[in-house]
Design a protein around this ligand. Structure first.
Ligand code: C2E
Ligand code: CA
Ligand code: CA
Length: 601
C-alpha cells in the first residue's frame, strides 16, 4: 500500500518505484487538481478498519441521513401535538429512509464492483502472473478502466513471456527457449546435433574490466555466430560465456559436423575490439547428437558443453564421448583442488640450471612449478597446468609463479648470485592478459630486481593467436628489458616470416630434436637448420633436455652454447639450486662431455 503525504500542492502518493512520477504529478495541473479532491478519502483513510467499500457506505449513509433526519424531525415537531404521534411520524419516516438507503447502498455496491474487480485483477497478476478476465465491452469511464487494464496486462504478459525466452544482453534465445526447441525436435523425431560454443572472453573481460563490457563482447560474438549460421539454426546464449545451437543440416553428415563447427570457430573467432582494447574470444566447440548420445534436451546440452570443455590443444572442437563426463568430473575436482592449493600455498618453484658451455658455468635457470599435494605428494606440472589453462586458474597460478620467481631472483641477488637469469613459462592465456606488462613491472619493482634478470618463455602457438597483439606485448617486454625465449621451438607451426618480425632473444630447441641427436640423422638436420636460423637472426640458442654427454658435444660442434637437461642437473628446489650450479661440478661434467668421442651417425 502506498502512503499519502501532504505537500504544498496537496496530496501526493509516496510510491517507491514511481519516484520520477512525482515530477509528473507536480507538473501536470489536472492531476494536481484531482489530488486536491482526495481530502475526504485522506481523512477517512485514517480509520484503518474501514475498507474502501465501507468508506463509501459510511459517507452515503451519513450524507443521506443527517439532512433527512433533521428535516423529518423538524416537520414532525411542528405538526404534531404529542410525543406519540411525533415518534410515529419520525419512525415511519426513518423506516422509509432506511429502506431507500439500503437500496441506494446496494446499487452503490454493484456500481463499485468493476473498480474492486480491477484492483483484484491487478493484484492477481502481480502475485501469480494470471490475467483475470474483466468485461471489456462497456464504454463509460469504468468500462474503459477495465478494458485498459486487461489489454495492458495482456501486453505485459506477452512481453514478459517473450523476455523469458530471450537473453537480454545479446537478444538471442536463452537456455529455456533452446531447451524447448530441442524438446520439440525430439518430439518430432528428427535427427539433429546440439552444438555448444564457449568463449573464455567473458570471464577474462569480466575480471579484467567489468561485467557490462563482458556482455558486450558476448553480443559481438553472438552477432557473428548468428550471421554465420543464418536463420535456420536456433542460436541461444545458454550461460554467460556459452552459446548453443540446434542444427539439422550442414552439421548432420557423419564426419562433416566437426569440420563445419571448426570452420564456424575459425570464421567467428577473430579478434574483437572493445574501445582500444583487443580481445581474443578463444572459441571452442562441442557437439552432441540426438538420438545417439541422449534424448534428454538438458543432457544433450550438457554433453555438448562437456565436449567443448575438453577440446585438446590440437583442435578447438570435439564431439561428445561418454568418457568425457568422467574426465569433466575429474577436471572439476582438480580445479577445486588447485583453488585450495593456492589458498594453502602448496605450490613451489623448482629451478633447472641453464649452463653456458664456453664459460663453464650456470648463467641462469628455468623456474618449473611443482605442487606439494597433501595426498598425492610432489605433482608435476603436466598433471595440472593443462587443466588450469582451460580455466582462468592459470592466471592466478601465473601470477603466483611470477611473484615467486622475482622473489627468488631478489634473494639470490642478496646472496652474491647477481647475474643469474630466471626464465618463467607463460601460457597463452596469460600472455594475452591486457595487464601482463603491469604485472611484470609490479613484481620487478616489488622485489627490487633488474628486469634483465627475468626471462619469459612462450611457445609458438601462443604467439600465433593474435600476431599484432603479440608484437605489442613483445615490444613492451623488450622496452622493460625482460628477455623472451621461444620454448619447444620447432614443434609449433609458427611461420618463420612472422617470427622474424618479433623481437625475441632466444630459441629453445625442443627435447624431441635433442634426444639422441648425435646418432639420429633427422634430428641432426633439424638442429643444424635451427641453429643456423638462430645465428642468422642473431638469437641465442639453447638445447633443452640434454641427457647425455654426446648430445652436448655434438650440438656444441654445431654452434649451440647453452644447455639445460638432466645431464647437467635435474630441476631442484631453490635451496638445492646453488649446490647444483657449483662451478667445479659443472666444469667436470662439461670436460667429461668434451672428451666424449662421437660415434659416426
Ligand atoms: P617445458 O617448459 O618444456 O619444461 C621442460 C620440462 O622438461 C620440465 O618438465 C623439465 O623437468 C623437463 N626436463 C628438463 N630436462 C630434461 C631432460 O634432460 N630429460 C627429460 N626427459 N626431461 C627434462 P616439467 O617441470 O615437468 O614441466 C613440464 C611442462 O610444464 C613445462 O615444459 C612447461 O610447459 C609447463 N610448466 C612448468 N612450469 C610452469 C609454470 O610455472 N607455468 C606454466 N604456464 N607452465 C609451466
Ligand atoms: Ca619452458
Ligand atoms: Ca620446453
Amino acid at each position: 500500500m502506498h502512503e499519502w503525504v501532504t505537500t504544498k500542492i496537496g496530496l501526493k502518493p509516496t510510491i517507491p518505484f514511481l519516484n520520477n512520477s512525482q515530477q509528473i504529478f507536480t507538473r501536470n495541473s489536472i492531476l494536481r487538481k484531482l489530488m486536491k479532491t482526495l481530502w475526504l478519502y485522506s481523512a477517512l483513510s485514517r480509520f484503518k478498519f474501514l475498507n474502501y467499500r465501507s468508506k463509501i457506505m459510511v459517507v452515503a449513509f451519513t450524507g443521506t441521513h443527517i439532512p433527512l433526519i433533521a428535516i423529518v424531525a423538524h416537520i414532525a415537531w411542528r405538526s404534531t401535538d404529542n410525543w406519540q404521534s411525533f415518534l410515529s411520524v419520525l419512525s415511519t419516516a426513518l423506516v422509509a429512509t432506511l429502506g431507500g438507503t439500503a437500496l441506494t447502498l446496494l446499487a452503490l455496491i454493484h456500481l463499485l464492483r468493476p473498480i474492486i474487480l480491477t484492483s483484484q485483477a491487478l493484484r492477481e497478476y502481480g502475485q501469480s502472473r494470471k490475467v483475470l478476465p474483466l468485461p471489456t465491452h462497456f464504454d463509460d469511464q469504468v468500462g474503459t478502466l477495465m478494458a485498459d487494464t486487461v489489454s495492458t496486462l495482456t501486453d505485459l504478459e506477452e512481453a514478459r513471456r517473450i523476455l523469458e525466452h530471450v537473453d537480454a544482453d545479446t537478444g538471442l534465445a536463452n537456455r529455456t527457449k533452446l531447451i524447448s526447441e530441442i524438446a520439440a525436435a525430439v518430439e518430432a523425431g528428427k535427427m539433429y546435433r546440439v552444438c555448444v560454443v564457449v568463449s573464455n572472453g567473458y570471464q577474462r573481460v569480466a575480471t579484467t574490466m567489468n561485467q557490462g563490457h563482458a556482455d558486450k563482447v558476448m553480443k559481438m560474438i553472438g552477432d557473428r555466430l548468428d550471421a554465420f549460421l543464418g536463420a535456420d539454426a536456433v542460436l541461444a546464449r545458454i550461460a554467460p560465456g556459452q552459446f548453443a545451437f540446434l542444427s539439422f543440416e550442414d552439421f548432420l553428415q557423419e564426419g562433416q559436423s566437426l569440420n563445419a563447427l571448426r570452420s564456424l570457430i575459425q570464421e567467428c573467432g577473430g579478434k574483437l575490439s572493445l574501445g582500444d582494447v583487443n580481445i581474443q574470444p578463444n572459441l571452442a566447440g562441442g557437439i552432441s547428437t540426438y538420438p545417439t548420445d541422449s534424448s534428454d534436451p538438458e543432457e544433450l546440452l550438457d554433453f555438448a558443453a562437456a565436449a567443448s570443455d575438453l577440446v585438446g590443444a590440437r583442435s578447438p572442437v570435439a564431439a561428445y564421448l561418454p568418457q568425457m563426463r568422467v574426465d569433466a568430473f575429474d577436471r572439476y575436482r582438480v580445479e577445486e583442488d588447485i583453488k585450495l592449493a593456492l589458498k594453502r600455498d602448496e605450490f613451489e618453484l623448482y629451478f633447472q640450471p641453464v649452463v653456458a658451455a664456453d664459460e663453464g658455468r650456470a648463467v641462469g635457470g628455468e623456474a618449473l612449478i611443482r605442487w606439494n599435494h597433501p595426498e598425492r605428494g610432489l605433482v608435476r606440472p603436466d598433471q595440472f597446468i593443462p587443466i588450469a589453462e582451460s580455466s582462468d586458474l592459470i592466471s592466478e597460478i601465473g601470477l603466483w609463479v611470477m611473484d615467486a620467481a622475482c622473489k627468488q631472483v631478489g634473494a639470490w641477488q642478496n646472496n652474491d648470485q647477481r647475474d643469474l637469469k630466471v626464465a618463467i613459462n607463460l601460457s597463452a592465456r596469460q600472455f594475452h592478459d591486457p595487464l601482463l606488462l603491469d604485472h611484470v613491472k609490479g613484481f620487478v619493482n616489488d622485489h627490487k630486481i633488474d628486469p634483465q634478470q627475468l626471462e619469459i618463455e612462450l611457445t609458438e602457438s601462443s604467439l600465433m593467436d593474435d600476431f599484432d597483439q603479440s608484437r605489442v606485448i613483445f615490444g613492451g617486454l623488450r622496452d622493460l628489458g625482460v628477455g623472451i625465449s621461444i620454448d619447444d621451438f620447432g614443434t609449433g607451426f609458427a611461420s618463420l616470416s612472422y617470427l622474424r618480425r618479433l623481437p625475441f632473444n632466444k630459441l629453445k630447441l625442443d627435447r624431441e630434436f635433442v634426444d639422441q641427436v648425435d646418432t639420429k640423422p633427422e634430428s641432426q638436420a633439424i638442429c643444424k637448420a635451427l641453429i643456423a636460423l638462430s645465428e642468422g637472426l642473431h638469437l641465442d640458442v639453447l638445447a633443452e633436455g640434454t641427457e647425455r654427454a654426446e648430445e652436448i658435444t655434438y650440438l656444441r660442434e654445431l654452434g649451440c652454447n647453452l644447455f639445460q637437461g638432466y645431464y647437467l642437473s635435474k630441476p631442484v628446489s631453490a635451496n638445492d639450486f646453488v649446490a647444483s650450479i657449483e662451478q667445479g661440478r659443472l666444469r667436470s661434467l662439461l670436460e667429461k662431455a668434451a672428451k666424449t668421442e662421437l660415434r659416426a651417425a
